[in-house]
Design a protein around this ligand. Structure first.
Ligand SMILES: *Cc1c(COP(=O)(O)O)cnc(C)c1O
Length: 395
């Protein structure tokens, strides 16, 4: 029998360092306010940017799809599990993104596992990755035999150095640059136009993971490629439908040939069943709502700009965010988890985030602003942040 004491000791050590994750139980649908462990609290930590997670139109679409298609797809997509609505979603998303085609997977996490090793998996390939890229990218890279290069966060000089090494020293067969679009823990935006220019100069492909730009950046939330007007110049755009779109699922957008190839070869597509009809129909409805107008996206940005401006005035360090993600930097993991606990006592649900999700010594409360917050919700949050910030000597 395995000695489970080893695991207990490790978790005890995490607890002593303030790094043990406290998994809270939500007892209501997602929204501006949620019931957490029996207590009603202002929700400042979900990725429900646009309020779609409990939207009436999405719920109706999901229920209708259950009536029409049942609850499960019955097989993997390549054998007997591709319904008409799966294909409709792939077409609709491609149109929305201004891409040739998309392949839909079960999550953003799996979209990265599908995208990276399938085309850039050979030991003669090179993958060049930003040091702060998301864990699902790092794991996707681990599934490839390619030589790995890492560049300092958003440092274009280092990226160029790595490109030179891959091209001139390694003589790589294929080269892929990967970056998060919006960095999920800091809220800063990758310098995608510069990355694309370098890629074109060194004959490299570009992949951007737009999980936090989807529904947030670009016209009506069309994402980072639209934001920078780079249509047709990014090889793989990874998206998730679990954040701003409020549902579940991930996809890769790109050229027709690439998507066709991935449908033949990507292992998460071939060997794991696709999304349920309810998920697919709800995702489709979310895209349709965004195609109708940008009202929710505008409300999200108004809320974020207001909250971030007021937090700065209060004297908080909110890092380098350029998006609605607002990291309240507290650095010390113990202070950060105490801050989170005190906020919760005051009726605010905002989780502390520490190592390994962020580097050691960079603990923070990551505030996630949503279009469903009202101004009085935000004022309530500001008042509590001020009170606890002063009490703990942070402002
Ligand atoms: C959240 C996130 C993912 C994972 O998306 P899921 O759909 O939740 O699996 C992937 N990449 C980035 C950058 C993310 O922030």
């Amino acid at each position: 029998m395995f000695n489970y004491k080893i695991l207990e000791d490790e978790m005890e050590a995490l607890k002593n360092d303030g790094l043990l994750v406290n998994i809270r139980t939500i007892e209501s649908p997602q929204g501006a306010w949620v019931v957490v462990n029996g207590k009603r609290a202002l929700n400042l930590c979900s990725n429900n940017y646009l309020g779609f997670a409990n939207d009436e139109r999405l719920k109706k679409a999901a229920m209708k799809a259950v009536e029409e298609w049942g609850v499960g797809p019955g097989a993997v997509r390549t054998i007997a599990g591709t319904f008409k609505i799966h294909e409709e979603l792939e077409r609709t998303l491609a149109q929305f993104k201004g891409a040739d085609a998309t392949i839909f997977l079960q999550s953003g996490f799996l979209a990265n596992q599908a995208a990276i090793p399938t085309v850039f998996g050979d030991e003669n390939d090179a993958i060049i990755s930003d040091e702060l890229n998301h864990a699902s990218i790092i794991d996707g890279v681990k599934l490839s035999k390619a030589k790995r290069y890492v560049y300092k966060h958003c440092d274009m000089n280092e990226l160029e150095q790595r490109l030179k090494e891959a091209r001139n020293v390694q003589n790589a067969r294929r080269v892929l640059i990967i970056t998060d679009g919006v960095f999920s823990m800091d809220g800063d935006i990758a310098p995608l136009p510069d990355i694309v220019n370098l890629a074109e100069r060194y004959d490299a492909a570009v992949m951007v993971d737009d999980a936090h730009g989807e529904g947030v950046l670009g016209k009506s939330g069309r994402g980072i490629v639209d934001h920078f007007g780079l249509h047709g110049r990014v090889d793989m755009e990874i998206g998730t439908l679990s954040k701003a779109f409020g549902v579940l699922g991930g996809y890769i957008a790109g050229k027709e040939t690439l998507i066709k190839y991935l449908k033949q070869k990507a292992r998460p597509f071939l060997f794991s069943t696709g999304l349920t009809p309810a998920d697919v129909a709800a995702c489709l409805e979310a895209v349709m709502i965004l195609q109708e107008g940008d009202e929710r996206v505008r409300r999200l940005w108004d809320n974020a700009n207001y909250f971030k401006g007021e937090m700065k005035k209060l004297g908080f360090d909110i890092g380098v965010s350029q998006t609605p993600i607002t990291p309240v930097m507290l650095y010390d993991a113990k202070v950060s988890s105490q801050f989170s606990r005190e906020l919760f006592e005051e009726g605010i649900f905002a989780q502390s985030i520490g190592y390994p999700t962020v580097p050691k010594g960079k603990a923070r409360i990551r505030v996630m602003i949503s279009a469903v917050h009202t101004k009085s919700d935000l004022d309530f949050a500001l008042e509590k942040f001020e009170k606890i910030g002063k009490k703990l000597g942070m402002i």
